[in-house]
Design a protein around this ligand. Sequence first.
Ligand code: DGL
Length: 267
Amino acid sequence: MNQNAIGVFDSGLGGLTAVKELNRILPNENIIYFGDTARIPYGTRSRETVLRYAREDVAFLRRHPVKMIIAACGTVSSILGANSPVDDMPFTGVVYPAARAACAATRNNRIGVIGTPATIRSGSYEHALHTISSAVDVTAMACPLFVHLVEYGYTDRHNQITRLAAEEYLAPIRNADADTLILGCTHYPIIRDIIADVMGEGVTLISAGEETAKYAKQCLEEADLLTDSTEPGRNVYYVSDSVSMFRDNARHFLEDAARGQVFSSRI
Ligand code: DGL
């Protein structure tokens, strides 16, 4: 048992998709979130830069009492691969949990993956999927505009700009007849409705953030680190840029992030 918080970081808002699920399945756990909003996007940067940012994000979270760290960012997770940035507490990225869920969900063994350019370039999801099942065919597409569309709030189901971008990016995956699509960047579930409409009925969407929250619960259980508190847990958010911008954008999909405690912090 351990009363410390779960530390979660992302380059911006996307990691909140993991926080939302953590709040649902572990309602008594405290969460400390760091969104590196001053330096987003990570997904268009070099490997060296993303590694440096990831190290700094982890160091920031470690200045707080945390018992586990989640890299709720597809880009960081992809570049870290199997390397954990901590050796004294559980750590997970989003790639393995999402790949595991996709292999369990597919019926025709055709899986699509979408992510940032750095994620797709790394081949991380293909590697994880093929490690779990050699039978799956993978079609991967980078969707560089999606993160900007989400961060600027172009998230409404009827937004024509986001829909057009989705049609363009998802065409190869539709043509490959994938029945399962990994939203391999934690920002993408925020435009899930548009992606679902474009992919059509019968395609299972896997949210990397949500699956990672479920996997984190499993890790904490196995390490006997879950809290025994019966009080509702608290979320505290830190961002490296403006608090009000974060609140404005976060309120679209996580009410608590708009109302709760948000601090601006240098890292
Ligand atoms: N949240 C990041 C990811 O999952 C995308 C945003 C970025 O490019 O920094 O890859």
